[in-house]
Design a binder for this molecule. Sequence first.
Ligand code: C2E
Ligand code: MG
Ligand code: MG
Ligand code: MG
Length: 279
Amino acid sequence: RAKREGRGRVCFFETGMDRELRDRRLLQHDLRHALEQSEFQVYFQPQARMDGEIIGFEALLRWNHPVRGFVPPDQFIPLAEESGLIIEIGDWVLRETCRQAASWPRPLQVAVNLSPVQFQTGDLERSIHQILLETGLAPTRLEVEITEGVLIGDFTRALNLLRRLKALGIHIAMDDFGTGYSSLSYLQSFPFDKIKIDRSFILNLEATPQSAEIVRAVLSLAHALHIPVVAEGVETEAQRAFLQREACEVMQGYLIGRPEPIERYADLIGINVERRRYA
Ligand code: C2E
Ligand code: MG
Ligand code: MG
Ligand code: MG
């Protein structure tokens, strides 16, 4: 149909669904070349203790598409997972993040998101090991964030892999806690180093009494298990004050800082901006 109409012409009868599918295919195609074209960049979002002290960063992948500009990870990560490209991309994110973190004057923690696909296929353990050796980053400075998707599927295999990563000294964080189907049961299977309360609960803290109760419950559960909690998506002083009252350990969100290239946080990682500029 599209062929008959000639190249570059949008078919009049194309439905919304057709368009969406075509768009996904185009994006998937472009994704194949994104690595070699250096279109990816790692942004860093600070994590702070409740007194404001910065303790580390979460690495968040950005794709700067030559025509579309920045494509959100929620749009291209699923495509990368479907095509298996996430293995290569995931390795790149790990290497780039560890390389950068190893060069910071202050030995802060860095967290990297891992896809379930990286656990199922590829040799994640070997990659991580290799990257740590190559970059010289201390394993204890690396944290990996997983969602419950990692533990669905080959549960035993994923669990064993997590155990071996933890044995290397790498920290393991449970991301988006509270949004999955069985987050609770995973807490008894693995000694997570951190629990990240999903942003949706923090967002509704003030408006929805239920959210406040859920946040309280997660904090009390995590504390009973001696697991520190990170609140995601903290945007307001009221949210921060609530979390501090409830003894949450760490916060992350626009109130502290947005994901940015690390240069924007030069002072936090211990680079004296003035000196560097005039050196
Ligand atoms: P996530 O790991 O839960 O990351 C937190 C997301 O919340 C980030 O979105 C971050 O920019 C956003 N965020 C942080 N603070 C606030 C806030 O105060 N307000 C609001 N409205 N948003 C906030 P982002 O960067 O768009 O990433 C979305 C998701 O994409 C991530 O969720 C993660 O699941 C995935 N992702 C990002 N980078 C990678 C990666 O390198 N590998 C894999 N596998 N997934 C990644
Ligand atoms: Mg995360
Ligand atoms: Mg999250
Ligand atoms: Mg998320």
